[in-house]
Design a protein around this ligand. Structure first.
Ligand code: 0A1
Ligand code: ZN
Length: 885
């Protein structure tokens, strides 16, 4: 936990950045894992930086350490020789440089925050990003200090037969008293946040990979023995990702080994430590019997993400934590590109966009809004956000769109080559893109940097006029942004891909003598106008194709225009996006009618969306089942909450259900015949086609539950009893529980009885109940918190219950009397006392308060004030304070 001076948290500013005074040439660690503690000896070889003053202090960082000894060039030092304030330790006698030797004692068993070195279920592991290494030893724990590492681990051989660290194992053998050791050397200089150590009783799946230049790399996935049968998919994903990175980015792996370790207690998805990734079990284990399609996809994406960090993050790292987006945004973009090529590119893109629009747009519009490269922070752990990751990825994607695939590749080649082995900043990435493409560097960097500096989602207003006599169309785009403290918004470079849809399909039009069915513009001023010619008929504009920029678009498209896009747009992404826009419009209109007391039953013919889908969906279900299944998944409440000024979850839920009924009624025959295919009941295959078929049937079952609940219940029970894989079981259970179908309770019991010994399946079981969209789910959650299998020490379990309730069950969470907020507050206090990172993330759910009605707002504010009066970690206090501000 960070030290607080009184109640004032320490804020760190980007503008205060100072280069380190001492370079670290080499790190030698000796870690003795003892029965109730660990002793860490560090030998650090420093050299004064040429630019540093002669009397510069050597500054290290340490937290929660028992300091046993310190020596400088083998001469013992005493406490009088250094100053230690908060986490900062300083020594003034380092001169030109020398060797610092320290020994500290730490307590991995007592480390419940899961940051630094901790032991859970007998397994020792580390999590050092962002500032966990200082909890292991006294160290210049900042990302711009890179060194080679040599690490020796000594532990009891019986309980810890496996001893792992970064790099290559150079020695191992027996030690005294039934102990043994292993020594690892990592030849690639790295910052401390990429250090890792694992010790325990693990089984391993081995395979190999031959790099493009012919080097053989040993691949190893370590898990508990019982989980070894669930590693094949991760191994295949790793091999595919390694080849992909060579082919698409020219990035080759650089060590003899690549190891992944699965741990059950982990705060995030996974961590890219050099050569030794540590993964949450949920992001590495996959087996058809226990893992859904979504789970398989997540494993593939996260394995790829961590692997891609080997270049975007590890070989080229970040100078300071303000540059976090440099590795995260770029790597998310790379993993999105990879995933798009593995399965359906359109589905991948629309899922990524729906996620961004639902969650990142809300973050950017709420009290936790911040720039992709923030100017200040209190607790860096609070900045692993959707804005840094997802909006950061969209910026990389816009550069890719603007420069073209080849231009972007030239830029990334330049970046990797120029900054290899260094700690870079966002400007280095942008200037690489400019230099490699022969563009004016200063102008390019200055313009694109605005995306990193200005918080909030820009709005682009679109007006157009078609002139029948000249067959021309003028298009005017205007951009605007909300102001945020300390930044004056300036116009952003916004790539706009667009096409024109006529009465029977796409039109070919001309812009600046180029005739094409799709054009690309760059909006870079506050307002710009373009003139298109040879526009033969009045078109509907298909705007921001493939979501070419992360903006909110305001365009006067009528219901008929949107229906035309749904039927005829050749850009599948925009067909989906038109569905979303039209659905949102109709749901909001229905909610408003209900608010006015107009409760007339709605007929399908009252809905433009229902009409458009009835005309094309059955054929699409055959030609593109993946897209078809997505078109029936109307925007959820979280997405809708971002579209309204006053959010009433129950009213929106009711309107959404009514629209679903209108849309689904005309499709009933089609849905029935889809279900008759029973792809769901055939053995599991991981392929785009098989997953699309399953996804379509899952959507059809959910639809049937609204149209014919009894028939749907029977079918769901059948899926549960003969399901050959978890995708079918989970789809059936979700439909039964979320739609409150007959037999739901018995199915919940039976599912538990069958899967109680599989932690990841049990997480899904908890999550399914905690996210059931009914007010009664609050009582269910209370009961689940008392369940024998609820374990507050396991982040996955806490997220499955508390996280699902607070962030994925608006109907139950936003109870009118504030009981949902009370429940969250109680849990936050319990969780914060042991795991601040986890509590702080869960607390983010309260950030929605400005959207709520006055009565609910008052309840949230009361909850926030009560929490802020308690003793809190600096993580959670910062989050709650920003939310309250
Ligand atoms: N760098 C990892 C995610 C990660 C970040 C922080 C952590 O602890 C505070 C742990 C993991 C990634 O992007 O995959
Ligand atoms: Zn990452």
């Amino acid at each position: 936990m960070k030290t607080e001076v009184g109640l004032t948290a320490i804020t760190i500013y980007l503008k205060d950045y100072q280069a380190p005074h001492y370079a670290l040439e080499h790190t030698d660690l000796h870690v003795e894992l003892l029965s109730d503690c660990a002793e860490v000896s560090a030998t650090l070889r420093f050299k004064r930086a040429a630019s540093a003053p002669k009397d510069a202090a050597l500054t290290l960082l340490g937290a929660d350490l028992e300091l046993l000894s310190v020596a400088w060039n083998d001469q013992p030092l005493s406490a009088d020789d250094w100053q230690w304030q908060g986490e900062t330790w300083q020594f003034n006698g380092a001169g030109e440089g020398g060797v610092l030797s320290t020994k500290v004692r730490i307590y991995p068993d007592k480390n419940l925050a899961l940051e630094g070195l901790y032991r859970s279920h007998g397994l020792y592991c580390t999590q050092c990003e962002a500032e966990g290494f200082r909890k292991i030893t006294l160290f210049p724990d900042r990302p711009d200090v890179l060194s080679t590492f040599r690490t020796t681990i000594v532990a009891d051989q019986a309980s810890c037969p496996v001893l792992l660290s970064n790099g290559n194992c150079v020695a191992s053998g027996k030690a005294e008293n039934g102990r043994h050791f292993a020594t690892w050397e990592d030849p690639h200089p790295k910052p401390s946040y990429l250090f890792a150590l694992v010790a325990g009783d693990l089984a391993v799946l081995r395979d190999s990979f031959t790099t493009a230049s012919g080097r053989e790399v040993a691949l190893e996935i370590y898990t508990a023995e019982v989980d070894q049968d669930k590693c094949d998919h991760a191994m295949r994903s790793l091999q595919t990702a390694m080849r992909w990175d060579e082919q698409r980015y020219g990035c080759e792996y650089d060590l003899d080994r690549y190891m992944i370790v699965a741990v059950s207690h982990f705060n995030m998805g996974a961590m890219e430590n050099k050569g030794l990734n540590v993964f949450n079990t949920s992001c590495v284990l996959a087996h058809p019997a226990t893992t859904t399609d979504a789970g398989f996809q997540r494993v593939e994406a996260v394995v790829a993400h961590e692997y891609f960090h080997n270049w975007s993050g590890n070989r080229v790292t970040c100078r300071d934590w303000f540059q976090l987006c440099l590795k995260e945004g770029f790597t998310v973009f790379r993993d999105q590109q990879f995933s798009a090529e593995q399965l359906s590119p359109v589905v991948q893109r629309l899922e990524d966009v729906a996620f961004l629009q639902t969650h990142q747009f809300a973050e950017d519009a709420g009290p936790l809004a911040h720039a992709v490269r923030p100017e200040s922070f209190v607790e860096i752990n609070n900045f692993y956000t959707l804005t840094i990751y997802e909006k950061g990825a969209e910026i990389a994607r816009m550069l890719h769109t603007f420069l073209g695939a080849e231009g972007f590749r030239r830029g990334s080649d330049h970046y990797f080559k120029t900054y290899d082995g260094q700690a870079a900043i966002v400007e280095d990435f942008l200037s690489s893109m400019a230099i490699a493409n022969g563009l004016a560097v200063d102008t390019f960097v200055c313009q694109w940097l605005r995306w990193y500096r200005q918080p909030g989602t820009p709005v682009v207003r679109v007006t157009s006029a078609w002139h029948a006599d000249s067959k021309t169309l003028s298009l005017t785009l205007t951009q605007s942004q909300t102001s945020h403290a300390g930044v004056t918004p300036e116009p952003l470079p916004i790539p706009v891909r667009l096409g024109f849809i006529g009465e029977t399909g796409e039109l070919t039009t001309t812009l600046a003598s180029v005739s094409a069915s799709s054009h690309q513009l760059l909006l870079e001023k506050a307002e710009q106008t373009w003139h298109f010619s040879q526009v033969e008929q009045a078109p509907v504009l298909s705007l921001f194709r493939d979501f070419s920029a992360p903006v909110r678009v305001q365009a006067a498209l009528s219901d008929e225009d949107l229906a035309r896009l749904i039927r005829l747009d050749s850009n599948s992404f925009n067909r989906w996006s038109a569905t979303y826009t039209l659905a949102t419009r109709e749901i909001l209109a229905l909610a408003e009618q209900y608010r006015r007391g107009d409760v007339r039953a709605r007929q399908p013919q009252d809905s433009a969306l229902a009409g458009a889908l009835a005309a094309m969906w059955p054929a699409l279900a055959t030609s593109d089942p993946a897209l078809a299944s997505k078109l029936l998944q109307l925007p959820n409440l979280a997405y809708l909450s971002d579209q309204v000024s006053c959010y009433d979850p129950a009213a929106l839920q009711r309107a959404r259900e009514a629209l679903l009924l209108q849309v689904l009624t005309p499709l009933e025959g089609s849905l029935q015949s889809i279900l008759a295919n029973e792809h769901m009941l055939t053995p599991y295959v991981y392929s785009a086609a098989a997953m699309a078929a399953r996804s379509l049937e899952a959507v059809a079952l959910d639809a049937l539950a609204r149209l014919q609940p009894e028939a749907a219940a029977t079918m769901a029970q059948r899926w549960l009893s003969v399901a050959p894989h978890m995708s079918a079981e989970q789809a059936a259970l979700t439909t039964l529980v979320h739609q409150q179908l007959p037999g739901a309770d018995a199915a919940v019991q039976a599912f538990y009885a069958r899967w109680q010994h599989e932690p990841l399946v049990l997480d899904q079981w908890f999550a399914t109940q905690a996210s059931a969209p009914h007010a009664s789910a609050r009582n269910t959650v209370e009961a689940l918190l008392q369940h024998d299998d609820f374990d507050a020490a396991v982040p996955n379990r806490v997220r499955a219950v508390v996280g699902q309730f607070a962030s994925n069950n608006p109907v139950a969470f936003h109870d009118m009397a504030g009981k949902g907020y009370d429940l969250l507050a109680q849990q936050l206090l319990l969780i914060d006392a042991r795991n601040p990172q986890l509590a702080s993330r869960l607390a983010g759910a309260l950030g929605i308060w400005p959207k709520l009605d006055p009565a609910r707002q008052a309840c949230v504010l009361k909850t926030l004030d009560a929490l802020l009066n308690e003793s809190l970690s600096s993580d959670t206090r910062e989050t709650l304070t920003r939310i309250r501000a």
